[in-house]
Design a protein around this ligand. Structure first.
Ligand code: NAD
Length: 445
């Protein structure tokens, strides 16, 4: 069986590679020539643990291909997945221009029956727009080719994407006919041998499920962030509160970590898009508006603590700060909507110097900030050398047990602003640091 994936980003590349792992012949298509050239030379353009080896294995076995030519790429494919980006439009709604451009291309070149599957996160009603765009192009060229549409939102997490795709909790498929359903069932059969379900449903419900999942997770994060501020005011510790509520099976422990606000390529834009959809249908989701505004406030919480520590914004001018962690979360090089960007830009605005380090996102950071604005450190200690304070923004494992003695020696001031609560308070007292974290008391060590 042959399939095609259009859009070879975080989702498309992982999807295509994991499907080829099951023995299917997969062609990944992208308009980004540089990306496709790299992949054809064996260079993987993104950082995702385990992906390089899997791609190499399937390329060598002649079942994973990369091309910029959509006409060739979709030839003979029984399923064509659309996995292009859906960034926010100016008004917050999901911009469908990439998805619909692909649908039109499919209509231009489709020769035999295929199910056109939307994997991108898209608003309710998009699959029908995809259907209309494909149909329109088929009609324009007078082609009588049968096709179906399906919605198959993706739930993988960057940083653990292979695992999530190979062993999904569930697979959600929206279809309106048996032929498309059969193809989707065959494709996903190898991934549900662990007993987890393929949930077949109507198309609008599948489209809504993806937004509902991300909105719920973002809500948990904002809830904890809001509570963290109150914990600081009343003398409670958000970490104990998290453990206390997370051990209740009705609540569960995941996505309850207070921090510097959610970022990444999905939560911010998906929350915005769902708010927009709700407004368009005269039922504004008030909860999500609060989720978003708490998140905006939270992004500046570490900077506010720092200004408060030094007494005034002026006092920050000329100081040097180390920033550990630039990616929006560990195990990825993705910096889309990363809190580190807000924090670094704010530090620069205040006239501070920034020395930044991330285990894998340095190239991406250079692309975002350019070479001149900040110092790109060789490692975490190079970043901390001579710093008046250290910001911990992403909880990479290698930051969890640093050499505190060395840090005390090389830093100007023993001052840490930890946006991820990675250190125990007692330990920071022993190690002799002034330690600010989220939703916990300040330690003067
Ligand atoms: P991405 O930006 O990494 O990749 C999108 C790719 O599509 C790019 O390589 C781009 O060049 C390509 N593209 C754009 N227009 C094209 C066209 N006309 N033809 C061929 N290729 C084209 O995006 P992503 O992070 O992989 O996200 C893709 C979709 O999946 C989005 O809707 C996103 O919301 C959703 N999603 C993302 C994640 C995630 O963790 N990144 C998880 C679940 C769902």
């Amino acid at each position: 069986m042959k399939i095609a994936i259009v859009g070879t980003g975080y989702v498309g590349l992982v999807t295509g590679t994991c499907f080829s792992e099951t023995g299917l012949t997969v062609t990944c298509i992208d308009i980004d020539k540089d990306k496709i050239d790299k992949l054809n030379k064996g260079i993987v353009p993104i950082y995702e643990p385990g992906l390089d080896d899997m791609i190499q294995n399937n390329v060598e076995k002649n079942r994973l291909f990369f091309t910029t030519d959509i006409k060739e790429g979709i030839k003979g494919a029984e399923a064509i997945f659309i996995a292009v980006g859906t960034p926010p439009d100016e008004d917050g709604s999901a911009d469908l221009k990439y998805v619909l451009a692909v649908a039109r291309d499919i209509g231009k070149y489709l020769e035999d029956y295929a199910v056109v599957v939307t994997k991108s996160t898209v608003p309710i009603g998009t699959s029908e727009k995809v259907r209309a765009a494909v149909k329109d192009e088929l009609q324009k060229r007078g082609a009588n080719v049968d096709f179906d549409v399906a919605s198959n939102p993706e739930f993988l997490k960057e940083g653990d994407a292979i695992n999530d795709f190979m062993k999904p909790d569930r697979i959600v498929v929206g279809t309106d006919n048996d032929k498309a359903k059969d193809i989707m069932r065959r494709l996903y059969h190898p991934f549900v041998l662990n007993g987890h379900p393929i949930l077949f449903m109507d198309i609008p419900s599948a489209e809504m499920t993806k937004y509902a999942a991300n909105a719920m997770l973002a809500t948990r994060i904002s809830f904890m962030n809001d509570l963290a501020v109150l914990c600081e005011r009343v003398g409670a510790d958000i970490n104990w509160v998290r453990k206390g509520i997370g051990s209740d099976p009705r609540i569960g422990p995941k996505f309850l970590y207070a921090g510097t606000g959610y970022g990444g390529s999905c939560f911010p834009k998906d929350v915005k898009a769902l708010i927009k959809t709700s407004e368009e249908h005269n039922h504004p989701l008030e909860i999500l508006k609060a989720v978003e505004s708490v998140n905006e406030r939270q992004k500046s919480v570490l900077i506010d603590k720092m200004i408060h520590h030094f007494g005034a914004t002026d006092a920050v001018k000329g100081k040097t700060f180390a920033v550990w962690g630039l990616s929006f979360k560990p195990n990825t090089d993705d910096m889309r909507e990363a809190p580190s960007i807000v924090i670094i830009n704010r530090l620069l605005e205040l006239g501070a110097k920034v020395k930044a380090y991330d285990p894998v996102a340095m190239d991406e950071a250079r692309r975002i900030f350019g070479e001149e604005k900040i110092y790109f450190a060789k490692d975490q200690y190079d970043a901390a050398e001579g710093a008046d304070g250290l910001f911990i923004v992403t909880e990479w494992n290698e930051f969890r047990l640093p050499d505190f003695k060395k840090l005390r020696e090389i830093m100007n001031e023993n001052l840490i602003f930890d946006g991820r609560n990675i250190f125990e308070l007692d330990m920071m007292k022993d190690k002799g640091f002034v330690y600010h974290s989220i939703g916990r008391k300040i330690i003067y060590g």
